[in-house]
Design a protein around this ligand. Structure first.
Ligand code: C2O
Ligand code: CU
Length: 487
């Protein structure tokens, strides 16, 4: 039974009570049924060289525009970009400095930029109300005063975010600092930014046209791109590499791993370095999340091929039922550089729960009515986004615990808060535990079906309006977002 029919035939109120888990999905799809279906991942031949977006450092000028690129099989694809090429440039800034970015909007629609993970003044951070209409420009003045780490930027106009990101508007934003530099982590060509996104193609054209069902499940493409290229490879040396992994997909979750028994040494999360590295064979990464990992190719022989893959993680959702390769590493360069992993990477002061002035709970499971053709809509605390309504008010400098409750939900919700970095306290239900990246600073936390996640944070002094939302961008554009104000 399709969700649309299901909602029509049973009415909304019974949705979460009868089907708190996704068993009903399980009943109608088996793996064999899925091959060749929409959402079933198609792998390529890993013959296209991985491009690395250019780095820019100060007085950045970006033009949001339509460009044509050869994305598949000798044909031109029209996409959106911030430059003449795939994916925005990587903006790299030292902590403690200011950066100017001018955005020229050459699209035929409104756009803006949100600096995902950066702690910047409310007027600069890309709230949905602040945008440039077609032909106009925005100037961002960003004071960067935060930990070194892997952040990113993308548009944030309500209702258009998912499509604009899917069509190509996104880039990485790297903050550096002296603490991190002192560790002498792999750098330069040994530091690879990897923006992972799934796309759907229709011939050579990118196809973003979610059905009502796909607004529910999230829009899942069949082709996995890294830095804008389908099925790429990268030539590497027999040494250590830093991989800056960014899940820039609208809805797809990856359960990342390396083949050939290579481990991830997880060194960082959304908000920079962990205290100590964590050795893991796989790592879940939801939309909007980042992970910094080190991988060691030094014992691989010349000519070895290693893949970055996504392993199965769920037997009942539309996604997670397939394992697939994303990027091929060909070990064919020689290196004599020695690297040893520092035992302490950074210091992370735990925020004490006793210091929290208040706990707020957000119900992210319940849908509300009012959608197209009687469809349900995504909501937080049964509210869909209204630009003029302030949903929560918090005090600058206050410490609070927020809880995202998906315990009765059957969908995946990566929850993101603007303007702050938080710590994850606890996860109950579902996976019932924290993962390695969740022992560091976070701005986005993956809340799987059945899970209840508690986080803690101290709000910065930047007063004004921010949002919190689901980073499944179909859910976000459907209304799964609230305003909060720092006063
Ligand atoms: Cu990456 Cu509000 O978004
Ligand atoms: Cu969601």
């Amino acid at each position: 039974m399709k969700r649309r029919q299901f909602i029509k035939s049973t009415g909304l109120s019974t949705l979460t009570t009868l089907f708190g888990s996704s068993l009903w999905l399980n009943a109608c799809h088996t793996e064999e049924d899925m091959i060749g279906e929409p959402n079933w991942i198609v792998e390529g031949r890993f013959e296209t060289r991985l491009p690395i977006p250019p780095q820019v450092t100060n007085n950045v000028q970006l033009t949001a525009k339509t460009v044509s690129e050869e994305m598949i099989s000798g044909k031109l694809t029209s996409l959106l970009s911030y430059r003449d090429g795939l994916m925005g440039p990587t903006i790299t800034v030292a902590s403690g400095s200011n950066i100017n970015v001018r955005l020229d909007n050459n699209l035929l629609e409104n756009t803006n930029i949100h600096w995902h993970g950066l702690i910047v003044p409310a007027e600069m951070e890309g709230h949905p109300k602040d945008y440039a209409s077609s032909g106009n420009a925005l100037e961002y003045l960003l004071p960067i005063n935060q930990r070194a780490g892997t952040y990113w930027y993308h548009p944030h106009v309500h209702g258009s975010t998912a499509r604009q990101v899917f069509m190509g508007l996104a880039g990485m934003f790297i903050v550096t600092d002296q603490n991190e530099a002192a560790l002498q982590l792999p750098s330069g060509e040994f530091d690879l930014p990897l923006i992972i996104q799934d796309k759907r193609f229709d011939g050579p054209s990118l196809n973003y046209s979610p059905s009502q069902d796909e607004i529910m499940t999230g829009y899942l493409g069949e082709q996995i791109l890294v830095n804008g290229v389908f099925s790429p490879f990268v030539a590497v040396a027999n040494t250590w590499y830093r991989l800056r992994l960014l899940n820039g997909s609208t809805a797809r979750v990856y359960n990342l791993a390396m083949t050939n028994n290579i481990a991830f040494h997880i060194i960082g999360s959304d908000g920079g370095l962990l205290q100590t590295s964590e050795h893991e064979m796989s790592l879940m990464l939801g939309p909007g999340e980042r992970a910094d990992v080190l991988v060691d190719f030094s014992s691989r022989s010349h000519g070895a091929e290693v893949f970055l893959t996504s392993n199965k993680f769920s037997k009942y959702e539309l996604q997670g039922r397939q394992s697939f390769s994303i990027l091929k590493f060909k070990v064919e360069l020689h290196s004599t550089s020695a690297f040893s992993l520092p035992s302490i990477l950074s210091s992370i002061q735990r925020i004490s729960e006793a210091s929290a002035m208040r706990t707020r709970t957000f119900d992210i499971a319940a849908l509300v009515g009012g959608g197209h053709e009687g469809m349900a809509r995504h909501a937080i605390n049964s509210k869909t986004y209204a630009q003029e309504r302030i949903d929560e008010t918090v005090e600058a400098g206050a410490t609070e615990i927020w809880e995202f409750d998906n315990s009765r939900g059957d969908e995946i919700h990566p929850m993101h808060i603007h303007g702050v970095q938080f710590q994850v306290l606890h996860r109950s239900g579902g996976r019932n535990a924290l993962i390695a990246t969740e022992r560091g600073w976070k701005d986005t936390v993956l809340v799987m079906p059945g899970e209840h996640v508690r986080i803690i944070m101290t709000f910065p002094q930047h007063k004004g309006l921010f949002v919190l939302h689901c980073h499944n961008l179909e859910h976000e554009d459907d209304g799964m977002m609230l305003n909060y104000e720092i006063v």
